[in-house]
Design a protein around this ligand. Structure first.
Ligand code: NAD
Ligand code: UD1
Length: 312
């Protein structure tokens, strides 16, 4: 896969030992000096490319943040508490990671004159009032996670207006791909794990709920485009523009794995978003971004390459 070129920069990737961050690091090493700041609460050093420097630390620690950002030109901020339920149970503590540390990072970027690309989320839209959602659709988050993401998303755009900080926020929809792991890893990796183990695929609710699934390789490309765009101070949906129901997804996984596992229904998730789908025309128009990995291809590759993927 061809990525937009970024060279000779000093770059910090927070959360670079995690799922999305580690793929981003892979695309940046070689041509750049890449640092990763991660407390390994969700990520693993095994996923950090050997040519990157891993700084093990907490983004909430101001001294750590200052050290990690000293001399950087570009920051990709991926570190977060990604478990939505944890933010519901501990809104104050998780706010420290998802909002306050992000704000402190914007301050460091201001001091260093660095560009920032932030991981925001479709969760800022809550239960969308229209479909597909555009970047101007009403934002009404349904969890502290969504509020925290939205507040940082707004701060980033405000920093551009107030201080000329070149910041871009990317609202990822449902990301999937190699290295997605752990208990909060998303329905595609859960279904694939179940199919590999010969277990039933667990569909929560009636399975008619829909999502816009975007491959991590496309998310990486959106980040690299955001790192070079003139359209700073903006938020962009990062998705494919297509929606699929969870039942259709279960069928796709069964076909791709070629295993005869049943589909079982479980009670619906409390507060689950019924439908989520993005209008991606703004990212297409302004970033030149278009998702290139179709869901069937993405799932087939996961089946062939395994959950760890192949390092290119
Ligand atoms: P992930 O859990 O794999 O990565 C997050 C990383 O942040 C982990 O490596 C974790 O160890 C690190 N981290 C957590 N708290 C930290 C702290 N206090 N200090 C330092 N590091 C810390 O999750 P991901 O799916 O790769 O998510 C990356 C970003 O994308 C997150 O900001 C997430 O909210 C956002 N996002 C993800 C999705 C998705 O579908 N995966 C969708 C929307 C938004
Ligand atoms: C996902 C992200 C979240 C992000 C949001 C933005 C993950 C883990 N979470 O939440 O960070 O902010 O998108 O759009 O990627 N399901 C089943 N069976 C299972 C697992 C899930 O039926 O075994 C269903 C769920 O009930 C839900 C759908 O699949 O309806 C998607 O669930 P999940 O992959 O956890 O993602 P979201 O909740 O959409």
């Amino acid at each position: 896969m061809e990525f937009p070129p970024i060279r000779d920069r000093t770059i910090l990737v927070t959360g670079g030992a995690g799922f999305i961050g580690s793929h981003l690091v892979d695309a940046l090493v070689g041509a750049n000096d890449v640092r990763v700041l991660d407390d390994l609460s969700g990520g693993t050093p095994r996923h950090v490319h050997e040519d990157a420097t891993l700084l093990e630390g907490d983004v909430r620690n101001r001294d750590t943040l200052e050290d990690a950002t000293r001399g950087v030109d570009l920051i990709f901020h991926e570190a977060a508490v990604v478990d939505v339920t944890e933010t519901v149970e501990r809104p104050l503590e998780t706010n420290g990671v998802n909002l306050e540390a992000g704000l402190a990072l914007l301050e460091c970027a201001r001091r260093e004159d660095a560009r920032v690309v932030l991981a925001s989320s479709a969760a800022v839209y809550g239960h969308p009032v229209e479909l597909p959602v555009t970047e101007t659709t009403v934002t009404e988050p349904a969890s502290p996670y969504g509020v925290q993401k939205l507040a940082l998303d707004e701060y980033a755009r405000l920093y551009e207006r107030l201080y000329d900080l070149p910041a871009v926020t990317l609202r990822y929809f449902n990301v999937y791909g190699p290295r997605q792991r752990g208990p909060y890893s998303g329905v595609i990796s859960t279904f694939l794990e179940q199919a590999r183990a010969g277990e039933a695929l667990t569909v929560e609710g009636d399975g008619e709920q829909t999502r816009d699934f975007v491959h991590v390789e496309d998310v990486v490309r959106a980040n690299l485009l955001a790192a070079t765009t003139d359209h700073v101070g903006q938020a962009f949906n990062v998705a494919t523009g297509d929606r699929l129901s969870i039942l259709e997804l279960a069928e796709t996984v069964r076909e791709a794995t070629d295993v005869e596992v049943p589909i079982v229904h479980r009670p619906p998730r409390q507060g689950d978003v019924r439908h989520s789908g993005a209008d991606v025309s703004k990212a297409r128009r302004k970033l030149g971004f278009e998702a290139s990995v179709g869901l069937e291809t993405g799932i087939r590759r996961l089946v062939e390459e395994g959950p760890g993927g192949r390092r290119s």
